[in-house]
Design a protein around this ligand. Structure first.
Ligand code: ATP
Ligand code: MG
Length: 440
């Protein structure tokens, strides 16, 4: 079999073997290789103990963050290669971390502790493929199967449930029935897992090309980790603009979102989370959701805070949720740049486009068609450094004071002037703006 292996990874394998140790590529890079996908990194598993790995690579810079788990990472030709001693994990009394890291001298032990059969294969030039759990067969079938007893494996570490969803979403694979049943059953154990790790794995689920199918099948798992989303499930959406309920609509938006960045995927998932709380049915039987953007932005904030995301991510996502329903056309482009910040404008257009794609299309074609022209207007505004914020305005607070304004009137007047400029009602010209200020 033809294996693609980077020069640094080959160097590392050769160096370990030359020193008398067993060494193999393992995990994702073997899986990707068999699928014909270029691996994004190479992990090595070896019989050498951490201090022995350090000795073999004593001439390299060594990253030692993972040393107590047996991982030593030499930097070879500028690339970090993770090299881990064969492990045979002990008991997991907290459902998260093995109570002790036990090193082993057998590759078989190391493969047995891995999550899915397709991730539990090893390869070396000398030995070829080592596949003790039928990983290659499962790979061919597009099947994710836990190594060993799925119940036990998810009890040991519930994060594997989300990892299963992530691989299914990325690779388009099906979960083996027994593995799938255990995922549903043991989802409550995710309560023991750190929120940061849940966020990371969920982000991977959302970014995958098969996210809609996977979340449809495992919505119960998602609602276990983010119960705030449950009210969206089967929330009615009777409207001439819609053909799906709120939850189905959300999944269609997630399906359509491009590019599949973490920010856009999370914004797609959360954009309508304020709808269940704000739903009102009118006398004709149609649903309305007044202020669902504001309510949704607040709920999105709560959800993302609970997942311990960075402040920058929180701000970006909540801003997009807050403005996802704003009117979009060339005439509102600069207003939107002001509201969300120019750096978020393109993301807002992506969300808007995906949102509309999840509507009844004949009813929203005009709004969809307006997006490219709004983007053009935005690009023009950027190129020509047009005024899109108070600090770009050709007049400032001092000018207002010299007109005799005081206190809050100053900012209010400046904002009124800015609105006129954003709507292209007046040019950003000092004399004209001073004149307008006098009229105000
Ligand atoms: P990716 O392409 O996303 O990096 P990967 O398979 O390399 O996929 P990693 O998270 O990098 O995934 O993990 C590397 C390997 O370590 C996996 O292939 C798997 O064998 C093993 N592994 C990682 N996390 C776990 C876990 N929680 N339980 C068991 N095995 C795990
Ligand atoms: Mg990896």
């Amino acid at each position: 079999m033809q294996f693609s292996i980077s020069k640094p990874a080959k160097y590392a394998l050769d160096a370990l073997e030359a020193a008398g140790y067993e060494a193999y590529l393992v995990g994702g890079c073997v899986r990707d290789n068999l699928m014909g996908i270029p691996p994004h990194d190479y992990d090595i598993t070896t019989s050498a103990r951490p201090e022995e790995i350090k000795r073999v690579f004593s001439s390299c810079h060594l990253v030692l963050d993972g040393e107590k788990h047996g991982t030593v990472s030499p930097v070879i030709d500028g690339t970090m290669i993770e090299i881990t001693t064969f492990r045979a994990d002990g008991a997991y009394s907290d459902g998260r971390h093995p109570d002790e890291v036990r090193f082993s001298t057998r590759l078989a032990d190391d493969l047995e502790r891995r999550d899915f059969t397709v991730n539990a294969m090893a390869w070396s030039e000398k030995t070829g493929l080592v596949d003790l759990h039928g990983g290659a067969e499962d790979l061919k079938k597009g099947c994710l199967r836990a190594v060993g007893d799925p119940q036990k494996r998810f009890q040991e570490d519930a994060l594997r449930i989300l990892r299963g969803m992530r691989f299914a979403s990325r690779l388009g694979f099906e979960l083996d029935p027994a593995t799938s049943a255990a995922m549903h059953e043991l989802a409550p154990r995710l309560e023991n897992i750190s929120r940061e790790r849940i966020f990371t794995e969920l982000t991977g689920v959302l970014q995958g090309g098969h996210a809609m199918r996977v979340i449809t099948e495992y919505h119960d798992v998602l609602f276990t980790v983010i119960p705030e989303l449950f009210p969206m499930y089967m929330c009615p959406q009777k409207s001439v603009y819609h053909i799906y309920d709120v939850w189905e609509h959300t999944l269609h938006v997630l399906d359509a979102i491009e590019p599949r960045t973490p920010l856009l995927c999370w914004s797609a998932l959360l954009h309508d989370c304020g709808k269940p709380q704000t739903r009102m049915r009118d006398r004709k039987g149609y649903d309305h959701y007044p202020q669902h953007q504001q309510v949704g932005a607040r709920l999105a904030e709560r959800i993302l805070l609970s997942l311990k995301v960075s402040n920058a991510f929180l701000k970006d996502a909540c801003t997009l949720v807050m403005h996802h329903d704003d009117e979009v056309n060339p005439a509102t482009a600069k207003l939107l740049m002001y509201r969300v910040g120019p750096e978020r404008f393109e993301a807002l257009m992506s969300l808007r486009r995906a949102d509309l794609m999840g509507h009844y299309l004949p009813k929203v074609q005009k709004e969809l068609d307006a997006i490219p022209s709004a983007l053009e207007r935005y690009q023009q505004a950027v190129q020509e450094h047009e005024c899109v914020s108070l600090k770009d305005l050709a007049v400032n607070g001092d000018d207002m004071m010299s007109l005799g304004l005081q206190g809050p009137d100053i900012r209010e007047t400046l904002e009124q002037l800015l609105m006129m400029v954003l709507k292209d009602e007046v040019p950003n010209d000092r004399d004209i703006l001073l004149d307008r200020a006098r009229q105000l």
